[in-house]
Structure formats: C-alpha cells, structure tokens
Design a protein. Structure first.
Length: 214
C-alpha cells in the first residue's frame, strides 16, 4: 500500500502522542476505548470522528486531542493555526486546571481510563534531539514562567524546564521544534507579539534535553 511507510512513521511517534492525551470522564466509556484503539491502530478518521463529536458538546479533552492531531498531522496535513485555536478553546474550558490536578496513579471508576496529559518537561523530552527550538523566556520565578505558558495557550506546543545555575534554579520556556536553524529563526517573525517581547533565540534541543534532571 502507498501509505504503508507514512503510517509506519506515524505509528512510531504514536506512543509519545498517546502519553500526551487526557481522556476525561465526560467521554463515554465505549467512545474512550474506541478513540484510544483507533489511534493505536492508525485509524485516524475514526479518532477524528469521535473527538469531533465530543468537541461539539464542548468537551475540553476532545478539543485538546483534536488540537494535538492537527498539530502533528495525524490523519491529515498538519495545521498549526487550527491547532492553536483548538488549544485555546480547550484551555478556556479549564483543561489546564484539570491537568494540574492529575496524578499518575489515578484510576477512574468503571471501565473508563485516563491517558495522562504530557507535562511541559515531557514535551521537551519528546522532541527530536536533532531539532532546534526557540527559548522565549527564563526566570528564577517559576510562577512567572507557568503563568506565561498558560496565558498564551502553549500546551502541546512548548515546554519549560529547570536548570541549576550559580546556586539558583532557573526556569526556561521553549517553543516549537524546527529541523534547521534557518527555519527556527524564520519562525521568530511569525510569533505573536507577546511571545516575542523577550527576544526569543534559537537553541539546540539536544543541549536542553541534557540539562533536564532525570
């Protein structure tokens, strides 16, 4: 089949994607299982259908999952603009607050399951180490970085990490993953004004990944 190679490539990236999904209790148990199975089996049209139906009823988890699929090009060409819109809608529906309360050991009642949303640090670890990213800001004030991350609806598009420097913990926020330095530099001009106010600069992802505490 012509699509065999492409599907195989997407399936190799799927475990990290699945680890980044939050399937909330508002999803019916059978729909939750169907959506998860569809993703694992590469049946992206089925996953799109389920999440789209739930998104119409205002389910923030479904909106977030659709945003991830849009961003990563699962089942259709990647659409960063639409992904950002969906991330924003999910965020406004309190998914960010829900994410902060979730613990790995959660076991929902009945047949429902939760697949955990990836943390900002896990997002960084999941990126291709050969790629480049944009450092948007750094500060010793963790709450400042968290607020900046949340206010700009950067879930699934960015991450932040802590690094010890000169006896202090510094928190750095990075955005995007680009195959080349030139692509990363070009992306700076297209960032919203609020993301450019601290003069973003290009960094190698592998250098950042080495700094993250195990």
């Amino acid at each position: 089949m012509e699509l065999k190679t492409a599907v195989h490539g997407m399936r190799r990236a799927l475990p990290a994607f699945l680890a980044g999904l939050l399937l909330a209790p508002s999803l019916a148990a059978e729909n939750l299982l169907d959506a998860a199975d569809a993703l694992r089996n590469g049946n992206y049209p089925r996953a799109w259908m389920i999440y789209s139906q739930q998104a119409e009823s205002g389910d923030p988890a479904a909106l977030y999952n659709l945003a991830l699929m849009e961003e990563r090009g699962l089942g259709r060409p990647a659409n960063p603009f639409e992904a950002r819109v969906l991330f924003g809608r999910a965020s406004r529906l309190a998914l960010v607050d829900a994410y902060n309360r979730i613990q790995p050991a959660i076991k929902p009642a009945g047949d429902q399951r939760v697949l955990l949303l990836e943390t900002p640090e896990e997002w960084i670890k999941a990126q291709n180490p050969r790629y480049y990213t944009l450092q948007l800001a750094s500060s010793t004030n963790r709450k400042l970085i968290e607020k900046y991350y949340t206010r700009n609806n950067l879930q699934g598009m960015a991450g932040y990490y802590v690094n010890r420097r000169q006896g202090e913990d510094w928190y750095a926020l990075v955005y995007g993953a680009y195959p080349t330095v030139s692509e990363a530099n070009a992306a700076i001009a297209s960032l919203p004004e609020d993301l450019r106010k601290w003069s973003p600069w290009v960094r190698k992802l592998k250098d950042i990944q080495r700094l993250i505490k195990p």
